[in-house]
Design a protein around this ligand. Structure first.
Ligand code: FAD
Length: 430
């Protein structure tokens, strides 16, 4: 096995199943509306570049130290910007790569194959905050102000939705924003917020009630810079998995935000935040796909070396069958993710995008957890030990399932769509 867990022989990502690049975020020709699985030169180049980058930056020793100390990988984040790997799908006029969401999916998959924690920091920055929120709903002035700095890695993006009172029940949040002349004044608290505690400037999209009487239609999103007085970053959460990813509390205490920092229109916040979460959710497909691929990489190498009762483990049919199951599941989950990228590429970002993303995340997190357990069993006791990457992947997998829509919430979303397709009212009492 190589030091960072990548295997050079045997297991390669399936490069043939990638779409062609988007000319410029939409605006595509009619013939390109067809699904096309040919790998574009651009996607291949991005895949090759990020794979080499990850291999160089994240050695086994570095990963284990960052995980143990719960430290953010600051240098690799800056180097990603130098490589043009932050804001890949942001239009070039704002300093981005002008590519499509599939490029970002590939980047997250490749990182997660080696170090999933770093992909969790990245997914909130791009595509959730830059592409899913600011580029989609921001004013021209907001895009000019924040996107180039985000692409250069000068500021990191964060999304402040979840509150101590509950994450799934968004309408029940307590944080409120009251208009005061040219400002809004924010009060409330958030928890489990990725990236706000990174040792660098941060732009946090905060969801708050502007008119509680209107319920979810009275919520708005605000672009809040971390150094704003009254925006206080609280304690760091000590986590089971993705430990290098920074997760903190936030306290908003009379935090005064200029009205220009309202994202989109007042009252549209809930819809915007949920749309942003969909991009987070899509990366929560790429991450478990990468995790499962990384587990497979390591386990194939190990099963090729380990001998029991005079035979190598990979010569045992029971092991081969387990590996075949993982391999097939990765392929299926990856295709589900690619399909969602294609929906975005052709502008089909309504309900089918939401449901397809939920299905893909639901499936991908499940198969990655299965892969982690199967691989740990193939490794035996060695897989359980801390200096082995299998153990870290086993823990990291859990976070992906819980964040951005836990399994039951996604299952309910999918079930409601299913029932509606069959003309059944999911809320009918009888
Ligand atoms: C590593 C990590 C990073 C995160 N980063 C961020 C971030 O950057 N920004 C952010 O805003 N949040 C973030 N979160 C929070 C995450 O989005 C929430 O944990 C998630 O939305 C669930 O909310 P909750 O934990 O409060 O669970 P709850 O909403 O309390 O739900 C608990 C359980 O009950 C189930 N449940 C809830 N309601 C129902 C129902 N009606 N029917 C059936 N089952 C139900 C849920 O599926 C879940 O299993 C992060 C979480 C983690 C673990």
């Amino acid at each position: 096995m190589t030091k960072n867990g990548l295997v050079d022989s045997g297991v390669q990502l399936n490069p043939e199943l990638v779409l062609k690049p988007t000319p410029q975020n939409g605006n595509i020709r009619e013939e390109e509306q067809m699904m096309d699985y040919e790998l574009s030169e651009e996607h291949l180049m991005i895949q090759k570049t990020i794979r080499a980058f990850v291999k160089k930056e994240f050695t086994r020793e570095i990963i284990l130290e960052l995980d143990e100390k719960q430290e953010f990988a600051s240098d690799p984040f800056k180097k990603m910007a130098e490589l043009g790997m932050l804001g890949t799908c942001i239009p070039t006029k704002y300093g981005g790569g002008g590519s499509d969401l599939l490029s970002v999916f590939i980047i997250h998959e490749e990182i997660s194959r080696v170090f999933p924690s770093f992909a969790v920091d990245l997914e909130l920055h791009t595509p959730t905050v830059d592409y899913g929120l600011i580029n989609r709903f921001g004013t021209e002035a907001q895009k000019q102000k924040f996107l180039p700095a985000m692409c250069k890695g000068e500021i990191i993006g964060a999304l402040g939705m979840t509150e101590p009172g509950g994450g799934s029940d968004v309408g029940n949040f307590k944080t409120k924003a009251v208009k005061d002349g040219e400002y809004y004044i924010l009060n409330g608290s958030k928890c489990f917020i990725t990236n706000v505690g990174c040792p660098m400037p941060c732009i946090c999209v905060v969801l708050a009630h502007t008119d509680k009487s209107k319920g979810s239609n009275g919520m708005s999103t605000f672009l809040v810079e971390k150094d704003t007085p009254g925006f206080n970053v609280g304690r760091k959460h000590n986590k089971l998995g993705v430990r290098s990813s920074q997760t903190h509390e936030i306290f908003l205490e009379d935090c005064r935000i200029p009205k220009e920092n309202l994202l989109g229109n007042e009252g549209a916040g809930m819809k915007q935040a949920l749309m942003g979460v969909n991009y987070d959710r899509l990366m929560d497909v790429a991450i478990p796909v990468g995790e499962a691929q990384g587990l497979l990489d390591m386990t194939l190498e190990y099963a090729n070396l380990r001998e029991t009762f005079g035979k190598r483990l990979n010569q045992r049919e029971a092991v081969q069958i387990a590996l075949a199951e993982i391999y097939t599941n990765i392929h299926a989950a990856r295709l589900m993710g690619y399909y969602v990228c294609w929906l975005d590429r052709v502008g089909r970002t309504g309900k089918e995008f939401v449901v397809a993303t939920a299905m893909a995340k639901h499936f991908a997190s499940h198969i990655a957890q299965m892969a982690a357990w199967e691989c740990m069993k193939i490794y035996g006791g060695h897989g359980f030990m801390k200096d082995n990457m299998i153990e870290m992947f086993f823990r990291d997998n859990m976070a992906i399932d819980l964040g951005a829509g836990p399994p039951t919430i996604l299952a309910l979303l999918i079930a409601r769509d299913l029932l509606r397709v069959y003309g059944i009212d999911p809320f009918h009492e009888k």
